[in-house]
Design a protein around this ligand. Structure first.
Ligand code: HEC
Ligand code: HEC
Length: 163
């Protein structure tokens, strides 16, 4: 049984007490070891699910839920673990090889997702009132999480983080 399942059961058993402890809403639950925001999202479906998780493996490859071309999470620090809540209100800007610019805003757990098409290779940057951070190299893989893992794969520094 996973932590999330355990928490769900505990919430069911606690019944009315769940309303007070917040079981219904944010997902809450145990905060992962590396988590700069010190808040977890243990939701398993919906827009606040699995921040930092590999969205596209399920939402495209395995045919679960809607098919996303781009999806991912902007987190608080490079080595934040999956399910650590990311950063709200950051704009992820993707520029396709056709010059089309797409702006996606992160939600309350830092997640962003998009179902339209993007011409590759593309460039990406993240923007907020604090400034911006850009990816220097153009990429062809639209699955940000294949490189922006907690450890960082294919030379990425780790997570996509807020400026
Ligand atoms: C382990 C597989 C898996 C991963 C990883 C995953 N999802 Fe999901 N997602 C699902 C499933 C299953 C559903 C429910 C689909 C349904 O109800 O038809 C879902 C539902 C959703 C929904 C609601 C869609 C709708 O219209 O009802 C959103 C939004 C979503 N996921 C976004 C994300 C994002 C963003 C990520 C990455 C940060 C992510 N998911 C990672 C499997 C996954
Ligand atoms: C194939 C691997 C790969 C994929 C896929 C990828 N990136 Fe990156 N990303 C990198 C590497 C490597 C760097 C560091 C070097 C550079 O900037 O080009 C980086 C850097 C970044 C940075 C700057 C990081 C910093 O802290 O300065 C941002 C922002 C970024 N990527 C966003 C994205 C977004 C958004 C996506 C998905 C739409 C994405 N990346 C997909 C490999 C990848």
């Amino acid at each position: 049984m996973t932590i999330a399942d355990g928490r769900f059961l505990a919430c069911l058993l606690l019944g009315a007490a769940a309303l007070l402890s917040g079981c219904e809403d944010e997902g809450g639950g145990d905060v992962p070891a590396n988590c700069s925001t010190n808040e977890a999202s243990n939701e398993d479906e919906g827009e606040r699910m699995r921040p930092g998780g590999n969205c596209i493996t399920c939402h495209e490859d395995e045919g679960e839920g809607p098919r996303y071309t781009i999806a991912g999470t902007v987190m608080g620090a490079y080595h934040d673990d999956e399910r650590c809540v990311g950063v709200d209100g950051v704009t992820v800007e993707i520029t396709g090889s056709d010059g089309k610019v797409l702006s996606l805003d992160t939600n309350s757990v830092g997640n962003f997702f998009y179902t339209g098409s993007v011409a590759t290779p593309y460039t990406a940057k993240v923007k907020s009132s604090a400034g911006e951070k850009a990816m220097t190299a153009a990429q062809s893989d639209l699955n940000c999480a294949s490189c922006h893992t907690a450890e960082g794969a294919s030379s990425a520094p780790g997570r996509i983080i807020a400026p």
